[in-house]
Design a protein around this ligand. Sequence first.
Ligand code: SF4
Ligand code: SF4
Length: 357
Amino acid sequence: MLEGQRTPIESGCPDGFQYMHPLMRKNYGNWAYHEDPRPGVLKHVSHSGDAIYTVRAGTQRILDVFTLRKLCDIGDEYAEGYVRFTIRSNIEYMVADGSKVEPLIEALEKEGFVVGGTKNSVAMISHTQGWLHCDIPGTDASGVVKSMMDELIDEFKNWNMPNRVHITTSCCQINCGGQGDIAINIQHTKPPKINHDLVANICERPSVVARCPVAAIRPALVNGKPSLEVDEKKCICCGACYPPCTPMQINDPEHTKLAIWVGGNHSNARSKPTFQKLVAAGIPNNPPRWPEATAIVKKILQTYKENARDWERLNDWIERIGWPRFFELTELPFTKFHVDNWRGARRTLNASTHIRF
Ligand code: SF4
Ligand code: SF4
């Protein structure tokens, strides 16, 4: 370690207060209300009478150092030197002086950044790592986001939606990401193909066997070497065996698809939290622009925009009109893939002839 360099702290993120705008620190826990002066701008007013403006711009999440420096230079020159990143990769600038808001927006737009993502807009899509930064992705979540946000830019910049829309993408079927008003997730459609030559050298077989949620993996001897075998009748193609044992090849250009789920809501602010439900399966995983998935997302958004009541979230709207009507309006086919027939899901299974939605 170089002289004078601090010892790294490996116990989590640093205390955020030291980076907060002083006016935010002063009024912490004392905010009275907020207003939305225009898309991409929030005005928070405290009980003490102080007010602070937040200007929000979308970024691509995985940022190169040049873009980061540019964003920081804008913050130093046009804002008051304080920024934060939201969970959806937006950068936010805080300014106490309201006259700085418009020049700041102009500076951001001049450099190609898009201001918006507040109130009843389509917020920046949150995404997982994709090909750049993870060892198991079946698609490039960042690429899907870029392609979709290029087409949804007007919905980010304006307040046209009935309520907020949160979209997520996730690049494998089992780990991070994937719960929102609309979620675009990887869907594997075939069991893993095992590279038997590599299993003995790379994998801890008991860990791989233990990872399978349906006990479909067994140790086996193949060509005289310790390997594994999969009971394909049991396998639900989840991909959980692939992270601890890469020879369990599940990613495949043809059989790794995208699926779209809707109606997920973490918050219980106005209605109960909800799980999302599958509405489109087997969509081609088609880089670099993923046109098929984007077309379906746009169709869902357009139908929601035209049919939902003011301030109805996507899940509230579907709850009111019912799932059959949702499929009718969006013209999405209802297929066998929408029926939950996994034998471990007996409690949720529609096993009778009564259709329950
Ligand atoms: S969703 Fe899966 S593949 Fe994507 S970053 Fe997370 S763990 Fe990796
Ligand atoms: S894909 Fe999932 S269900 Fe199939 S063998 Fe691997 S862990 Fe088991």
